[in-house]
Design a protein. Structure first.
Length: 344
């Protein structure tokens, strides 16, 4: 067997322990403020995965001293997992810094795709432009904005640019104008950002992930979130309570029995996932979240342009469902980047 090429890889992370104190004030009163940041253990799991394939890998915080450090370390490529600490487009910051340095290769979205996919309304505008199905929506800058006439209750209220279920719970479903105003006010006040209000899609939570680029992509088995392990009182919306506090109660169906629900549905979900990935300009990997309505029609909620690849994240569980390991997954992401740059 020919020996595999190995590379010098900088694993870039934003560790929760390095969050500047101002970041914890980002959403000062919520328990989920730093939910999207990684632990050192997670970062080291990426390093171990890359070393297992013979790469030279070093873990580094994606901070302002990156330019000097990269000039010294001279990696062939960076595995960028930086979620950013502060700001509307925080996932775009490290990619923008790397672009500014110039001649630095890195996995995952560039600054534009990172910013677009971090902002749910902007993503939805792109999806709408390309005729991809996403719930009807309106962004509320204040709780008193006039409601567009075609939005029908029940509605769903969430922060416009958070992730990891931040600001998402059973109370996000609103059935009256008074509930809508209250919830919008809560989101704006708590997360210091406009609220995204969408048609509420009553049905199953589905997520579909891929690695690769262009037409050369690999789809992981599609996951359906199984809410049966959670206390019923926390509701069947996949929010931060489920993702963090009740993490241990997580159950899924992977692969989801989509073609039993409706023949051809799994292909439809894969095609939509691929379209969303390409149209938003994502690279190397991505994960698209859907809700299915009562007739099993898919509605696109968002794309995670920098999806979690920690040992217990959705994408890892999906990879494991087809017999792959966490080491395989991390290296698939790296290989997608290496291939895109013509290095393998
Ligand atoms: N329009 C909607 N209708 C029904 N449920 C929704 C809607 N939007 C979000 N949800 C629920 O909230 C969860 C999180 O929403 P999502 O947009 O994926 O944000 P996050 O970035 O927090 O994952 C979804 O998995 C789903 O359970
Ligand atoms: Mg989601």
């Amino acid at each position: 067997m020919p020996s595999r090429k190995t590379f010098k890889v900088a694993v870039l992370v934003n560790l929760a322990k390095n969050a500047p104190s101002v970041a914890s004030e980002r959403v000062s009163v919520t328990h989920d403020a730093l939910a999207d940041l990684d632990s050192e253990k997670t970062g080291l799991s990426y390093v171990a995965a890359l070393r297992a394939r013979g790469h030279e890998a070093v873990l580094r915080e994606g901070g302002l001293d990156l330019p000097a450090w990269l000039a010294e370390f001279k990696p062939d490529i960076c595995l960028n997992t930086c979620e950013g600490f502060i700001g509307d487009s925080r996932e775009a910051q490290v990619p923008a810094l790397l672009e500014m340095i110039g001649n630095v290769r890195y996995t995952g979205p560039g600054p534009l795709a990172a910013a677009v996919t971090q902002d749910k309304p902007t993503t939805k505008q792109v999806l709408h432009y390309y005729g991809l199905p996403t719930p009807l929506f309106q962004v509320f800058a204040t709780p008193h904005d006039p409601v567009r006439v075609d939005l029908r209750y029940p509605l769903f209220v969430k922060p416009k640019h958070e992730g990891t279920g931040m600001g998402v719970k059973a109370d996000s479903i609103v059935r009256t104008a008074a509930q809508l105003r209250d919830r919008v006010a809560w989101v704006i006040d708590t997360y210091q950002q406009p609220a995204l209000v969408e048609s509420y899609i009553e049905g199953l939570d589905i997520t579909c992930g891929l690695t690769g680029n262009g037409d050369d992509v690999h789809f992981f088995p599609i996951t359906e979130v199984d809410f049966s392990g959670y206390p019923p009182e926390i509701g069947a919306v996949y929010g931060s309570l489920h993702k963090i506090e009740y993490d241990e109660a997580y159950r899924n169906k992977c692969p989801a029995p989509l073609d039993d629900y409706r023949p051809g549905l799994s292909d439809e979900i894969r095609t939509l996932t691929h379209q969303v990935f390409l149209r938003t300009g994502c690279r190397d990997y991505g994960r698209v979240d859907f809700r299915l309505d009562a007739d099993y029609n898919p509605h696109i909620l968002e794309i995670n342009g920098l999806p979690g690849i920690a040992p217990r994240s959705d994408l890892t569980l999906m990879a494991e469902a087809e017999g792959l390991t966490h080491t395989d997954l991390v290296n698939m992401v790296l290989d997608a980047g290496l291939k895109r740059y013509g290095l393998i």
